[in-house]
Design a protein around this ligand. Sequence first.
Ligand code: F6P
Length: 360
Amino acid sequence: MTAPKRIGILTSGGDCAGLNAVLRAAVYAATGRGWEVYGIEDGTAGLLDRPMRYRVLTRQMFDTTIMRLGGTILGTTNKGNPFKLPQADGSFKDGSDDIIAGIRELKLDAVIGIGGDGSMEILRTLAKRGGFNLICIPKTMDNDVGKTEISVGFETAAYVATEALDRLQPTAASHDRVMVLEVMGRDAGHVALNAGIAGGADVILLPEIPYDIEKVAAKIRACVTENRGFGLVIVSEAVKTRGGDALKVEHTGGEKRYGGIGHYISAEISQLTGFETRVTVLGHVLRGAPPIHTDRLVAAAFGVHAVELVAQGKFDRMVAWSNRQVIDVPIDEAIASYQVVDLNGALVKTARALGICLGD
Ligand code: F6P
């Protein structure tokens, strides 16, 4: 038996499906040991503000309703860097001392940070500077965190994109059209590749594989004229134009995000083949969905293991999924190894064997 502890938990970076299931599991595991859990609001932002923004999390708050919901009840942010916070006069402020002071003031024995590679790097730097105990749980629909086969949120995103292809196929077939589906995934094409295979795409375009648009057009011609009257294309948002440009959209506050490659590819296909095309951009629909069962399972196992690590006093670790087991690895190693699609891996081989055009 370890002495009762007080731990902090926060969700950081873009939301995704399964975050509430992680919170629930961690709260159950921790309170089962007689510990207190402080849920920090909006990532590290809740520790920057005075008064600080946090809630004591109890089992009563986490009946199974919340586990089923997308999003995060704690809130999150994927904007701003706490080491360089923009001020009204145009200058920048380092907020790290305030965050560290907040953790000390709350007397947290450890912090469990649920985040992607960017958030983990920020938390790791804060922990080194402030000397607090940190455990990380990987979450990202992009599935680009290294040293883990799965991050929370990916399975649901791939499922939603697969379902979108299922829904596009009948309308594509009815109208003899080429449907182009653009999916998020930042600089890794895992969502497009997984959903493309599962959802029967004819063409899958990934940021990891430069494409030749003539080959894409040839595949579409073959689909439309030789076999059947329609084509399904899935394209990952970070795929570049023929000229090598990444297409981005500027949002409020000047934040730039990927967007537009679906329409670009659609226009190219239409111009080269003369076939009618339509575009669907899934965007945040991939993130806000209720978690599917695999995300709930991984989320639950990760939350429980993170608390076990705190109990063992084993810190600076990220929980990870490997061969249907939960393991843990040094956070630094995970941050250092960004995970893109393995071009020699089973899924790329499978796609090629199924005759799916990967653009090369
Ligand atoms: O990293 C997760 C992600 O959903 C990416 O796939 C996407 O490029 C980005 O976040 C979108 O960010 P925002 O929510 O700020 O539009």
